[in-house]
Design a protein around this ligand. Structure first.
Ligand SMILES: Nc1ncnc2c1ncn2[C@@H]1O[C@H](COP(=O)(O)OP(=O)(O)OP(=O)(O)O)[C@@H](O)[C@H]1O
Length: 293
């Protein structure tokens, strides 16, 4: 028998995500599969549920949600032989988009049933995993504002982006030192990605591969509001490389030092995180998650 556990975030994306055992057993029949559904009740709960599923010896653990839920569930599976599945229900779905996992629940479940497994790289920030991307600067501030919205969709991202743009430079000075001694004062963004998608078809790192042992790094220095708008348009047109101040490179590790007095605001897989540590060691852990594609 195959033990398959579904960890469902009921509020991901447009919300109201409900799965019943009858529905899932129409794909995973009771003669072959033992199906368990676990519904997360609060932020951080998917992590606890995944840990329980591991101790219950699940063979396959499926995250039903967006990048935040994926992050919490998959964090527990890194370096194990447990197979990880995704039913994308989030607003952005960066990792699922890169893996070409269908957004239709039916087709995502059929993929899981076929069980074509690939090993993918994951990123680490001071040993804490990320799967899609992390960022410091504008994206982190957008996410901080976005988390106040009840509705998690493209419209909320757009409103948060406009609000952030209005007040962006009024914040205290940020000073960051990147590993090669590159000092950045008030950078617009330092963005580090494992995937070639941010969600909604938007990307800053189109060359990223999930199994190349590299993270794709985008550094954008302090820029004017007019240039921020130009960058936004180029991203929507899928041509961010035409934006001249943007520096793009690949690396298997980097160090980010915070030289300002305040902790750095960051986003990790689309969730706001305050970095209390002044030194961030960011690295790649090659082919350490077995995921159904
Ligand atoms: N019942 C719940 N109530 C509130 N928050 C929850 C609940 N269950 C899970 N969460 C948290 O919601 C956060 C966001 O989840 P998720 O990323 O899946 O959705 P999303 O933000 O809509 O998608 P995306 O990241 O792709 O944009 C995660 O940190 C998760 O732990």
């Amino acid at each position: 028998m195959i033990d398959i556990h579904f960890i469902v975030n009921p509020i991901a994306g447009s919300g109201n995500n409900i799965f019943t055992t009858e529905y899932l057993q129409s794909y995973f029949n009771a003669e072959l599969y033992i199906v368990k559904i676990k519904v997360s009740e609060y932020k951080g709960h998917p992590l606890i549920l995944a840990q329980k599923s591991i101790s219950q010896r699940a063979n396959i653990i499926v995250a039903c949600g967006g990048d935040g839920t994926i992050n919490e569930v998959a964090t527990k599976l890194v370096g194990t032989n447990i197979i990880f599945g995704i039913v994308p229900l989030g607003s952005g779905n960066g990792l699922a988009s890169n893996l070409k996992i269908p957004f239709s629940i039916k087709n995502a479940l059929l993929k899981i049933k076929i069980k074509n497994v690939e090993k993918i790289d994951i990123g680490l920030i001071n040993s804490k995993p990320f799967f899609s991307n992390m960022g410091i600067g504008f994206d982190a501030e957008v996410i901080k504002d976005y988390e106040k919205f009840e509705r998690r969709n493209f419209y909320s991202y757009l409103i948060s982006s406009i609000k952030t743009l209005r007040r962006f430079k009024k914040n205290t000075k940020k000073v960051i030192l990147l590993d090669k001694g590159k000092k950045l004062i008030n950078p617009f963004m330092v963005f580090i990605s494992n995937t070639n998608q941010m969600g909604y078809g938007i990307s800053l790192t189109p060359k990223a591969l999930l199994n190349d042992g590299k993270l794709d790094v985008v550094v954008i220095p302090e820029i004017s509001k007019r240039k921020i708008i130009l960058l936004g348009l180029l991203m929507l047109l899928k041509k961010p490389h035409l934006f001249k101040p943007l520096e793009y490179y690949q690396s298997n590790s980097l160090v980010v030092r915070n030289l300002s007095k305040k902790p750095l605001d960051s986003q990790i897989d689309g969730e706001y995180t305050k970095q209390m540590n002044d030194m961030l060691n960011i690295e790649i852990l090659e082919q350490s998650l077995s995921v159904i594609v």
